[in-house]
Design a protein around this ligand. Structure first.
Ligand code: GCO
Ligand code: MG
Length: 431
């Protein structure tokens, strides 16, 4: 039975206003394009707001590129805003194509995020104009709700097993398992440890060998301890060499992972063929993708099982709904990237597209809590391992802009950018 969350009173009122305004009137025009840059929780979030010339008709879109958040703001305000003012707010495809082409050079993360903010805001507006949630505009639900995974990690295997058991008790049927090596920097394994590793430098250390051996052991032990009824995932985060990735995918074949993520970096895509030829481990890839040159060959040659694009990095819902359909035709399922550095609007976009795509695989995160949930109201609800979308029009989310302003980006030495991680001898690695 579908849960049908009631449309909140404030949204019903807004909807009535919009309906009155749009009845019999010509297409709404874009009156203003502004940016909400806020950090109510852990991550710097960038959200674009489009205001139309029709009373109360506005929309929001995710433009979050957290490591370079300050650069997305002028990309929207200085370039897209003057390009868009006065244009119709109801021509999403046309607007996307013209924004995409307006910089001549394209397919980079800053410009794609800026376009995504505009694109998702226009989908929100279209939903609000029609009184429908976005998943309805995409054809309607293929499923009642979307299963989501949670990530657990630690430096020791028993710790990972215990955290996974706790997540299972909360209803998660999909769990990503991460492990670190004491004294080394790890992806997704939580805080460091007191162990000090001797290296030829003072930066965080990562060595692929110890990580790989520990991760392979951890995944086998977790499968044994957690049983066969739970789906297990792991993210290599492109930290090992192509040959090591091929080996690791083979070594975990027996664990029957739901998928192994980012075994390779985008620079090493041709090695996916070698992994495919040597084992059946399911492969997920794509959170770093920005360009069709990356996803089209990989998907059409059936070299991966799950496409994991960060929707705003690819330019928004408009390109990603096409990517979802491309995947359906080539047997690739969706697992849109949904970490903490996707705004609640972006998470709503992941969910609505997941609901309406036949080839949905799994969704990441999307449970909005704490101060983020105070700023962004109307988020999905989590129950028994599933995310249930709000049925309110558009994304179903209202932004408390006044409150958002009280959470400006917090000072940090690199402005939200990442530092470097190095091997024992000082060689920098991809992280
Ligand atoms: C994931 C990702 C993220 C990224 C993060 C970078 O699979 O969830 O790898 O956690 O590291 O989004 O900012
Ligand atoms: Mg990842």
């Amino acid at each position: 039975m579908a849960l049908a969350p009631a449309i909140p009173a404030r949204m019903a009122l807004a909807q009535e206003k919009v309906e009155r305004a749009t009845r019999g009137l010509p297409s709404p025009k874009i009156k203003d394009v502004s940016v909400i840059a806020t950090q109510p929780g852990g991550s710097r979030l960038v959200v674009v707001k489009i205001t139309t010339d029709q009373d109360g008709l506005v929309g929001y879109g995710c433009a979050t590129f957290t490591q370079r958040a300050d650069l997305v703001v002028p990309a929207v305000e200085k370039y897209l805003k003057p390009f868009l003012i006065g244009k119709p707010a109801d021509r999403i495809e046309d607007t996307w194509q013209s924004c995409y082409d307006s910089s001549y050079w394209k397919n980079g993360p800053v410009l794609n995020n800026a376009i995504s903010g505009v694109d998702q805001a226009l989908w929100d507006i279209k939903g609000r104009m029609s009184g429908m949630p976005v998943y309805q505009l995409l054809g309607g639900k293929c499923r009642e709700a979307c299963a989501c995974y949670t990530s657990v990690g630690g430096n020791e295997i028993p710790q990972v097993i215990e955290s996974a058991k706790r997540a299972m008790a909360q209803g998660f049927q999909y769990i990503r398992l991460q492990i670190g090596v004491p004294g080394m920097a790890a992806y997704g394994a939580g805080g460091g440890s007191a162990t000090k590793i001797k290296a030829l430098h003072e930066r965080p250390v990562f060595e692929p060998g110890p990580y790989i051996r520990r991760a392979v052991k951890m995944l086998h032990e977790c499968r044994k301890a957690l049983g066969d009824d739970v789906e297990l995932l792991h993210d290599i985060h492109e930290r090992v060499s192509p040959r090591e990735a091929v080996q690791m995918a083979k070594d975990v074949e027996d664990v029957k992972l739901f998928y192994l993520e980012d075994a390779l970096s985008p620079e090493d895509l041709p090695y996916f063929r070698q992994i495919r030829e040597q084992c059946t481990t399911a492969l997920a890839m794509g959170e770093l993708f920005n360009s069709p040159h990356e996803w089209v060959p990989l998907m059409s040659e059936r070299l991966i099982d799950y496409i994991r694009i960060h929707i705003s990095q690819a330019g928004g819902l408009t390109p990603c709904r096409k990517i979802a359909i491309l995947g359906e035709l080539f047997g690739v399922k969706t697992a849109w990237h949904g970490p903490g550095d996707v705004s609640p609007i972006g998470h709503a976009c992941n969910l609505h597209l997941g609901l309406a795509s036949y080839n949905f695989g799994v969704t990441e995160g999307g449970i909005i809590r704490g101060r983020e949930a105070e700023v962004f109201k109307g988020n999905a609800t989590f129950k028994d391992g599933y995310l249930w979308a709000s049925d309110a029009p558009g994304w179903g989310i209202e932004v408390d802009e006044k409150l958002a302003k009280t959470f400006p980006f917090r000072e940090s030495p690199l402005n939200g950018g990442w530092g470097d991680v190095r091997r024992l001898d000082g060689t920098v690695i991809k992280q």
